[in-house]
Each structure stands twice: as structure tokens, then as C-alpha cells.
Design a protein around this ligand. Structure first.
Ligand SMILES: Cc1ncc(COP(=O)(O)O)c(C=O)c1O
Length: 385
């Protein structure tokens, strides 16, 4: 029986899936029934070090053999080391870490903290942003309430600020606002960078009104945008930063990073999770950060992004948007068609909510020869229908 038919037996049918059954991965390639597919999507920006990375596997195996799990009921050296490494990798001033399991859980906790610390009941978010599918994260996700949100009400009132509209910031961020949450490069929207002047206006409005600035770096973080975090590129000082996806490069892990000022408002029992900060995830966080630094992967991301940008226009790819390896190819033809044609040439790329933009979220270890494979395939595809 094929994999699709097997999945249909018992799994809830909620995903539109690609026609691809990966059996094994190594480096930036997936092996799928005799096909070797170049993975420029990385399982939704997760596989930062690709597949089968020897140090990642060694860290996982070592930690599994030593101590598979213990909760936050006990202190663990591996958890402490992961928090040290993350706080040092993070933008200055965000030196307190709370580990969770997913991006949505990180945002859920970030938003809860903001409401609690300010005592306010409004949150502002940016149109076209995505923050996850839980109650609070879904409430600040653009379009969720029309499509899948399903809860009878949101946990707070939400104002959506039109992207890059500075005047709207002045109107919508007020003394009633607990927090503004934003993605600096909107991922699912198609790798759309927010304008620095807009982001600065948001930061100033937050400061003026005592609202917290929450930067969602679930997709942008861990080197993907050509800096440890996109926050570094904007010279921002958020109160809270959420991250996940590439954080443990394939093992579920998220984190809420916060300033000492935010953390000082917390007491025992205010936040909690069973699995967050578990030893396997923490062993991987520590390893991912060490490998990114040691192997100069952030320079690699910037160099290859510049090479790709310089090669456009090429075939159906008109221009490049986004940063680093959170890149959007703006096309002259529908993205769904180009995605299918690239997959037929054994190259996997991601879609976005923009029907004319494909998303590239490759492992940070991508090499020149592998970028060449994409460039050759694009050159081979027609620019127009
Ligand atoms: C920017 C952003 N925030 C939050 C999330 C939610 O993360 P998770 O799926 O791990 O809950 C995502 C997932 O795509 C995301 O892209």
C-alpha cells in the first residue's frame, strides 16, 4: 500500500500534501524511492543543519543514552548550557530564556506575559502576519478568524495594523495596548520584509505607551535571515522574542526570550510546561548554535542569497524578496505551477500565501553547487505561459 493510502487509514485529513515520500535524508537532499530531491524547503524552515548532520546525531545519541528526559522539576546542566548559548546568541538585552516546544506555544506565553505585565486587554499585530494556531497566537494571525480559528472569542481584543502604514501605528497603538507582535520578515506571507521606518515607528509607539514589543522570530531566527536574529538587522530592542523551528533543527523546541525587566515580573509557577527544556531538545540547541558559529553558516547564508539575487531575473523568477534563507522568489507565473515543475526536476521549494511567490527556506549548510542546481532548473523553465 502506498504512503498516502496508509495515512488515509487513521490520520485526520487536514493537510494538502506534496507528491513525495522521503525515506531518508542526507545533507540537503531527501531520498524518495530512487529519487534524490534537493530540499530547499527544510520541513518549513526547520532543518537548519540539513539531514544526518554528524554532530547533531552524536549530541542526540549521547544525550538519549545519558538521560532521555527529566522535567523542569529538577535543574539540568544541559538545559543551563542551552540557555547560556541561546542568551549569548540572541540580541543584547534578551538574556532570560523560557523553553517551550513549538512556535505557537512560545507566542502564547509571550502574549500572556504581555497581558499580565501591563494589565491591558488589547494586542496589535500586523496584517498578513502568522503566529500559530493556538488561542492567543491564532488571535493575532491575519485571516485566521475567517478561515480556521473556531474559538467563540479571542483572549484579548486585536487590532491589525496594515503593513508599513506608519499613520495606522499612531492610531492603533495606544495606552490600552498590551503588546505589538510582529514578524520582521513575514514568512508565510512570502518572505516580505517590514520597512525599517515602520518597525521603528512601532517600537517608538510601544515605548511611548508602555506596550511590550514582541518579535516573532519563529521562522526568521537562528541565522536564517543572515544574522543570528532578524532583530539584529533592524537594530531593535524588543521586550520579548519568540523562536522555534530551526532552534533544535528538527527536534521540537521553542523559546521565549525576554528582558530582565520582563522576567523580574515573574514568580514561581507563573509559566510552565512538561516537555519544554527537556534534555534532548537542549542538547540540540547547544549543538546548533555551536555549529552555526563555528562553520560560519551566517556568512554562507548571506553569500548565497547575494548570488541568487544577482542571478535574477531567470526563467519564471523575476526578483528576490526577504532576507538570507527566508527568501521569496517573485514569479511571472503562478507559484503552484513553478513549484510542481521544479519538483518534477527533483527540487523541493515552498509555497506562500502569495500565489505569485515561492519560498526558499533551505538548510543553512547549502553549498554553491546546490544553488547552481536551482539556477539551472529555473533557467530551463519558461518565463511566461
Ligand atoms: C512566524 C511564525 N510564528 C509562529 C509559527 C507557529 O509555529 P509552530 O508551528 O511551531 O507552532 C510559525 C509556523 O509556521 C511561524 O512561521
Amino acid at each position: 500500500m502506498d504512503a498516502l493510502a496508509m495515512e488515509r487509514r487513521h490520520l485526520a485529513q487536514v493537510y494538502g500534501q506534496l507528491d513525495l515520500v522521503p525515506e531518508r535524508g542526507d545533507g540537503v537532499y531527501l531520498h524518495c524511492r530512487g529519487r534524490r530531491v534537493l530540499d530547499l524547503y527544510g520541513g518549513h524552515a526547520v532543518a537548519a543543519l540539513g539531514y544526518g548532520h554528524p554532530e547533531l546525531l552524536a549530541a542526540l545519541n549521547r544525550q538519549a543514552a545519558e538521560l532521555l528526559f527529566q522535567s523542569n522539576a529538577v535543574p539540568l546542566p544541559v538545559r543551563a548550557r542551552a540557555a547560556d548559548a541561546l542568551a549569548e546568541f540572541a540580541p543584547p538585552g534578551l538574556a532570560r530564556v523560557f523553553f517551550v516546544n513549538t512556535g505557537a506555544e512560545a507566542n502564547e506565553n509571550a502574549l500572556r506575559l504581555a497581558c499580565r505585565l501591563t494589565g491591558r486587554q488589547r494586542v496589535a499585530a500586523i496584517e498578513h502576519g502568522f503566529h500559530g494556531r493556538s488561542a492567543a497566537a491564532g488571535a493575532v494571525t491575519w485571516g485566521a478568524r475567517d478561515r480556521w480559528y473556531a474559538f467563540p472569542r479571542t483572549p484579548f481584543d486585536v487590532d491589525f495594523i496594515p503593513r508599513d502604514d506608519v499613520a495606522a501605528v499612531e492610531q492603533l497603538v495606544t495606552g490600552d495596548t498590551a503588546a505589538v507582535i510582529l514578524e520582521l520578515v513575514q514568512g508565510i506571507a512570502g518572505a516580505v520584509e517590514l520597512q525599517p521606518a515602520f518597525v521603528q515607528a512601532v517600537a517608538r509607539a510601544c515605548e511611548r505607551h508602555g506596550a511590550l514589543l514582541i518579535v516573532d522570530e519563529v521562522q526568521t531566527g537562528m541565522g536564517r535571515c543572515g544574522a543570528p536574529f532578524a532583530t539584529d538587522l533592524y537594530g531593535l530592542q524588543p521586550d520579548i522574542l519568540s523562536t522555534a523551528k530551526s532552534l533544535a533543527a528538527g527536534f521540537p523546541c521553542g523559546a521565549v526570550l525576554m528582558t530582565e525587566a520582563v522576567a523580574s515580573g515573574l514568580g514561581k509557577g507563573d509559566l510552565g510546561t512538561t516537555f519544554g527544556g527537556g534534555p534532548l531538545a537542549c542538547a540540540l540547541v547547544e549543538t546548533v548554535i555551536r555549529v552555526i558559529r563555528r562553520d560560519g553558516l551566517i556568512d554562507n547564508v548571506n553569500r548565497l542569497h547575494a548570488r541568487l539575487a544577482a542571478a535574477l531575473p531567470l526563467g519564471p523568477a523575476a526578483s528576490l524578496q526577504g532576507r538570507g534563507f527566508l527568501a521569496g522568489l517573485r514569479l511571472t507565473r503562478p507559484a503552484a505551477d513553478v513549484q510542481r515543475e521544479l519538483l518534477a526536476r527533483d527540487i523541493l521549494v515552498g509555497s506562500s500565501s502569495d500565489p505569485m511567490v515561492l519560498r526558499l527556506l533551505p538548510p543553512l549548510i547549502l553549498a554553491d553547487a546546490q544553488l547552481d542546481e536551482l539556477l539551472e532548473a529555473l533557467a530551463d523553465l519558461p518565463a511566461g505561459v
